[in-house]
Design a protein around this ligand. Structure first.
Ligand code: NGO
Length: 513
């Protein structure tokens, strides 16, 4: 019997509040147990236990889906979990239905009902169904019989923006590596992938009008090892793959600082007309586009024009961080023109919160990466109505070490253990900010020290699920003990899928061996 189903009595459970039936230290999950309230990350809005033994996924299971691609996606994802690839059928025991969900699930949420006969996920949109599928996949016990516990979940996100940033400039990651990362962030209902495509150490996306940006500027990376770049077709493949997981890609072209790779590729972009050498170190703040050359704005317009054409999503990120080599007045001039260029190409300007040193367009979105919520720059901008995404470096930077023993990563913003990453509230983070101006949260992975997919996973698991939960789950579910228990349950799937993760001492990891 499922641990959370108490003697046949239907028990109303608000996820996260009832931690006592979670996995206890050293517990092995019972076969057909786990119960959705204490395993799902991000915690659902509400979960009501049903009676009965739940739905057994086996060779007889079939799927019928109003969105055919989602039916086959679910079948492929069930294969490693339950050892079966359900066939599609008109009246499947698992149904994915557009329509019929309660109105409060909105455009991004879903309702999931499981009983002994089957599972029905209903949503208003394919994106909502996809979120419901992620929940279902977490409910399937990997061990023993693959029985989804019976009950009803109603779930929808707290914030519209739930992002992950991956720096592909300091170390380059291939299309396949990015797709793998997309699959991993999709498990936690993130809906934006922000790709940091350019920096001092490398320019990673072909711009047809400025080909040397990649042929020269994309040839190396941190450490001076050979690197690569995305053709526009590669990039479109990433965008399309992300879209199939209901994730919108946000391209970042970091300007006017962090531009050594561009300056090294085209001497004419430099104020003195001389190209610097390629850069393979990690110190920042020394490069700047030449703000007073008109060619600079032709360059920016050409780049943004090609990037906008490759971007179905609404945002283009123009960086704007750490422009120590740009005079403050020049910075303001540049940012004001760059915003206009983005708007002229039909996109919303987005950038690191340093942008608020310039006059912001009302549409511009600022990404807060500071370590103190009292930083006046962002406070003023948000008070003036600027929409903000929160990626505070001391809680949401996944390149920070966990503790003194962490091999990878940096420490400039502190060490970030799992419960530190989880221990803040986006709504009240910036004092005085109207919570309505907080678009959401982003987990950032800078890659000065990160070289492989295993490195990525080591730094993001389990902290990325923490940030994902802050972005998705209602504040009322916030409970560190319950969260740690639900994260512990996730590790069974990470092990199965060969996803590397950090065994934080704050979590009682079950022994899955
Ligand atoms: C800072 C800096 C990046 C570094 C990162 C490392 C921002 C927005 N600019 O974050 O260039 O890679 O820290 O943690």
């Amino acid at each position: 019997m499922a641990r959370w189903w108490l003697g046949g009595t239907a028990v109303v459970v608000v996820a996260g509040l009832i931690a006592w039936f979670g996995l206890r230290t050293g517990d092995k999950p019972e076969p057909a147990a786990g119960g959705f309230p204490n395993v799902v990350v991000p915690a659902p809005v509400s979960a009501v236990a049903g009676s009965g033994s739940g739905f057994l996924i086996d060779a007889k299971t079939t799927i019928s889906s109003d969105v055919p691609d989602l039916g086959s996606y679910l079948a492929s994802q069930l294969q490693p979990l339950a050892g079966v690839t359900p066939a599609m059928g008109a009246s499947g025991s698992i149904q994915l239905r557009i329509g019929g969900a309660p109105a409060n699930v909105g455009e991004s949420g879903y309702q999931l009902v499981a009983d002994s006969k089957g599972v029905i996920i209903r949503a208003a949109t394919p994106a909502g169904l996809f979120a419901g599928i992620q929940t279902l996949l977490q409910l399937v016990p990997v061990r023993g019989t693959h029985a989804v516990p019976s009950g009803t979940i109603i779930d929808y996100p707290r914030y519209a923006y739930r992002g992950a940033m991956l720096d592909v400039a300091r170390h380059f990651f291939t299309v396949d590596q990015v797709k793998k990362y997309i699959d991993e962030i999709a498990m936690y209902k993130l809906n934006y992938l922000h790709l940091h495509l350019t920096d001092d150490q490398g320019w990673r996306i072909v711009i047809k009008k400025w080909p040397n940006l990649t042929t020269h500027g994309g040839s190396t990376q941190v450490d001076g090892t050979p690197a690569g770049f995305y053709t526009q077709a590669d990039y479109s493949a990433i965008v399309a793959y992300a879209a199939s997981r209901f994730i919108t890609v946000i391209p970042e072209i970091d300007m006017p600082g962090h531009t050594n790779a561009a300056l090294a590729s085209y001497p004419e972009l430099n104020c003195n007309g001389t190209a610097p050498a390629l850069y393979t170190g990690i110190t920042v703040g020394f490069s700047s586009l030449c703000v007073h050359k008109e060619l600079t704005y032709k360059f920016v317009d050409d780049v943004i024009s090609e990037i906008a054409a490759l971007t179905p999503g609404p945002y283009i990120h123009i960086g704007g961080d750490e422009s120590q080599a740009t005079l403050p007045a020049d910075y303001a001039t540049f940012v004001e023109r760059a915003q206009k260029i983005v708007l002229a190409h039909g996109k919303i300007p987005y950038g690191w919160h340093d942008l608020s040193n310039a006059k912001l367009d009302p549409a511009t979105v600022a990404e807060f990466w500071g370590t103190s919520p009292n930083q006046t720059m962002i406070g003023k901008a948000v008070a003036a109505g600027t929409k903000v995404v929160l990626a505070p470096a001391n809680v949401a930077y996944l390149d920070m070490k966990y503790d003194d023993s962490t091999v990878l990563g940096q420490t400039w913003a502190g060490e970030i253990e799992l419960n530190t990453a989880y221990g803040w509230d986006p709504a009240s983070f910036i004092p005085g900010a109207d919570p309505a101006n907080v678009l959401g949260v982003e987990a950032c992975l800078w890659t000065e020290t990160i070289r492989t997919s295993a490195d990525i996973e080591q730094m993001v698991f389990p902290r990325l699920p923490a940030i994902a939960e802050l972005g998705w789950s209602p504040a009322s579910t916030h409970n560190v003990k319950a969260f740690d228990q639900r994260v512990a349950a996730q590790s069974q799937r990470w092990k199965l899928l060969d996803i590397n993760y950090y065994r934080s001492p704050q979590v009682s990891w079950p022994d899955w061996s």
